[in-house]
Design a protein around this ligand. Structure first.
Ligand code: FAD
Length: 469
């Protein structure tokens, strides 16, 4: 039974991160009246913790930089990275729509996203395809998106947590209950509901259930990622997908808790354990590298790089923060570095020598890394102490190519949409299928599709048709 709703909105969006903001802006553009609710008083989400990078193909910015890329190539990369185990419909949707979504953000929303030419093709992306706001953080992205909501006159209620969903026997959402910090509860009706409320990395019991190998890893995702969407889906009999998928991260600095930018290993940085040994090809798998790190003896490992790599990453806010905090160890020689980071000098010397021999012989080094034209670290050295962590989950509500939440038989629920961390992504079933910058690619792309479709079905004529059935 539904409570008496205090008021009803055509489109209700839950979550004020990238997915929710883009959904709300898209719904408004499509003529829908929208209300966005966010549990926090200051919107942040995982989006606010991110680098704001989005993986997209066929964009105007790529063309301006002379980069050859298109949806076919992006799709092939997603399928290859996930060993063909992701949902091909969702992969196709991301491949086709992420590029136009980024172009729309740039042109219609005046968001200054450009191809990040510092983020070379790596970890499964075969082209320069990562877009960002140079020199800006994920929180800058969230703040800008909320300014755009304001510009569009979209109502936003902060400090409002979705605590209950009310639906009829067919699974049609009638409205929701919102819990407020003062303990009061408001009941709001809606014509369509978009779940943009993130994943579940902050819910320890869910992580232990779906990805037990990460049960003891640190969570460096947003504390609000508590599985709201999954709980709603379970209530409504929705299908869940790839619940064991997540992005782990091997390079969370200790004790600063700031991620080392992926460009550091891509440009030549290496990981070294407390025995002074390398133990993984740092270019193989951005998300899966967390497991070799967690398997090392001791509490942490080190990222060893040099002043050239530091300079290449200097435009990235995380590197600037690490420098401001004096987190980088600096040494002019291998023995000095070894003493500084507390590892045996002879093994560290041997590990770095092996990278140089592999580089000059153009053969794989003992970890399997092929250096090609990339330069291994050379004096003067830099080092950062890092640990492994989970950043965000990649499984969730099964959606279709229009971001509609579906049942186990594939039929869509009448008026429920999801995207970003709330929905199944395109990372395959586990930790090894994540392409760099895919988290935000799915957030903005499915946010856009969800907002447009929600506005369409929430039109009064569509509502009348639904209630006649
Ligand atoms: C450190 C870090 C770095 C990352 N870097 C990148 C990157 O550069 N590129 C990339 O593609 N991905 C990156 N990711 C992943 C990316 O941030 C996420 O995939 C993406 O932000 C998900 O967007 P979202 O809008 O779905 O979720 P979020 O941004 O988490 O937003 C969800 C919002 O919903 C709110 N919410 C939750 N439950 C409720 C409720 N019951 N009621 C009301 N509100 C609720 C939350 O408070 C939150 O604000 C990174 C993640 C981390 C942790």
């Amino acid at each position: 039974m539904s409570p008496g709703f205090e008021f009803t909105v055509p489109v209700l969006v839950v979550g004020g991160g990238a997915c929710g903001c883009i959904a709300a802006l898209s719904a408004r553009e499509a003529g829908g009246e929208v209300l966005l609710v966010e549990q926090d008083e200051r919107p942040m989400g995982s989006t606010g913790m991110s680098q704001g990078l989005i993986c997209a193909a066929g964009t105007k910015s790529q063309a301006e930089h002379g980069i050859q890329d298109d949806a076919e190539r992006y799709y092939a990369d997603i399928m290859a990275k996930t060993l063909g185990l992701t949902d091909p419909v969702l992969a196709r949707t991301i491949a086709d729509h992420a590029g136009p979504t980024v172009d729309w953000m740039v042109e219609a929303l005046d968001m200054p996203w450009q191809l990040d030419t510092g983020f070379r093709p790596a970890y499964g992306n075969s082209a320069y395809r990562v877009h960002g706001w140079r020199g800006h953080s994920g929180q800058d992205m969230v703040d800008l998106l909320h300014r755009r909501l304001d510009d569009a006159g979209i109502d936003v209620v902060l400090g409002a947590r979705l605590s209950e969903v009310h639906a009829d026997e067919e699974g049609r959402i009638l409205g929701v209950s919102l819990s407020r910090p003062d303990g009061s509860v408001e009941h709001v009706g809606c014509g369509a509901l978009v779940l943009a409320c993130g994943g579940f990395a902050a819910d320890h019991a869910m992580v232990a259930r779906y990805m037990p190998e990460m049960a003891h890893a640190r969570n460096n995702g947003h504390e609000g990622s508590r599985g709201t969407a999954v709980h709603v889906g379970e209530q409504l009999g929705a299908q869940l997908g790839d619940m064991g998928a997540y992005q782990g991260y091997a390079m969370l600095t200790e004790p600063q808790g700031i991620p080392v930018p992926p460009g550091v290993p891509v440009e030549g940085g290496v990981l070294v354990n407390m025995a002074g040994e390398r133990f993984v090809d740092e270019t193989a798998d951005i998300a899966g590298m967390v497991h070799p790190v967690l398997a090392q003896e001791g509490e942490h490992v080190w990222v060893v790089f040099d002043d050239r790599i530091e300079a290449a990453a200097d435009y990235i806010p995380e590197m600037q923060q690490l420098k401001a905090l004096n987190a980088l160890k600096k040494a002019d020689s291998v023995p000095e570095l070894a003493e500084m980071i507390g590892v045996p000098a002879n093994t560290l010397q041997a590990a770095l020598d092996a990278t140089r021999s592999a580089h000059s012989s153009r053969m794989a080094d003992p970890t399997g890394r092929i250096w090609g034209d990339d330069l291994p670290p050379a004096a003067p050295y830099r080092a950062l102490k890092v640990v492994g962590a989970i950043f965000h989950t990649q499984g969730g509500l099964q959606i279709d190519g229009e971001a509609r939440v579906v049942r186990p038989d594939g039929t869509p629920l009448p008026n429920l949409f999801a995207g970003g961390g709330a929905a199944r992504s395109v990372s395959g079933p586990a930790h090894w299928g994540y392409l760099p910058a895919m988290g935000l690619a799915t957030a903005v792309t499915f946010g856009r599709l969800a907002g447009r479709a929600a506005a369409r079905i929430a039109r009064p004529s569509a509502q009348a048709e639904l209630s006649d059935r």
